[in-house]
Design a protein around this ligand. Structure first.
Ligand code: SIN
Length: 282
């Protein structure tokens, strides 16, 4: 296996690896997992595997889960279809830096995404290293956010454009989750900045230590959240990947955020993502 680092912040391309073989080969799978924890997002080209092999490979990391809004392949539960037609006004959702499913109590551990069809140019995906983003925060900000917690909402993101009855039903099924603003990575022990496009507000900002008068709470809390969310936008923390059919990305969803660039209308783009169940953040 050849490992080619793609940016100083994160990301490496694996050359000479067949993910179909990694379904059966424990040593190869173990090496891929180790590289994932090191580089946070791995990229491979020309992976000619079947949907069943896609599911089987991703399942080696853990159980897969469907998405309550995006549909899955009917014959392969756990394989979510991200089929985009940006010429359709309701099909523009990807434009937001996020970590998948942080609106769940236990957000996903990671994902394996394969490109089925992509535009001749455009439709790249970007990732940001949120452990690095945390590390580079000023010490004063680190002290300010050490004990903060925040809400993450499917209702206010995927649900926002739904009719109210459907939105409330979605919220009843997936009540807003609360997570620490600084999460500890369960495998590496690193601290990770853990707010993103699904985060609506801090839940314990309004204390006497931070708020002298009620007026301090907002915009104080909103400004701080906006500043933290904007760390993912910093190019020094990022890598950008150009897709071809049968390219694959595997990412660590705890330590990264990503953004699928929707710049390719009127072309279409088809991706299939196996999302791996994760653990409750601490
Ligand atoms: C995602 O947000 O998981 C999908 C990323 C992509 O389509 O590039």
């Amino acid at each position: 296996m050849k490992v080619q680092q793609l940016s100083c912040a994160l990301g490496a391309e694996l050359v000479g690896v067949d993910l179909g073989e990694a379904v059966r080969n424990d040593d190869l799978f173990g090496e891929i997992r180790a590289q994932l924890l090191k580089h946070r997002v791995l990229f491979l080209r020309n992976q000619q595997f079947s949907r069943a092999e896609h599911v089987a490979f991703a399942s080696r990391f853990g159980a897969l889960e469907d998405h309550p809004v995006a549909g899955s392949d009917p014959e392969h539960p756990g394989l979510v279809r991200i089929y985009k037609r940006p010429d359709q006004p309701n099909d523009r959702y990807e434009n937001c830096w996020h970590s998948d499913t942080t609106w769940r109590e236990a957000p996903q551990f990671g994902a394996v995404l394969r490109c089925i069809e992509c535009p001749p140019v455009g439709g790249d995906t970007m990732w940001a290293n949120m452990a690095l983003a945390y590390e580079r925060l000023p010490d004063t900000v680190k002290a300010q956010i050490a004990d903060l917690r925040a809400r993450h909402s499917i209702e206010a993101s995927f649900g926002a454009a739904m009719p109210i009855e459907k939105r409330l039903a979605l919220k009843a099924q997936f009540p807003d989750a609360e997570h620490p603003v600084v999460r500890t990575h369960p495998d590496t022990g690193e601290k990770v900045l853990y707010v993103n496009g699904f985060t609506t507000h801090f839940t314990n900002f309004h204390t006497p230590a931070r708020v002298r008068y009620g007026q301090d709470a907002n915009p104080g809390a909103a400004d701080l959240l906006r500043y933290l969310v904007s760390q993912a936008y910093i190019p020094e923390f990022q890598v950008r990947w150009r897709w071809e059919p049968n390219s694959v990305a595997i990412w660590d969803n705890t330590a990264t955020q990503h953004y699928a660039v929707m710049d390719y209308a009127p072309c279409h783009r088809k991706m299939e993502r196996a999302g791996i169940v994760g653990s409750v953040p601490y």
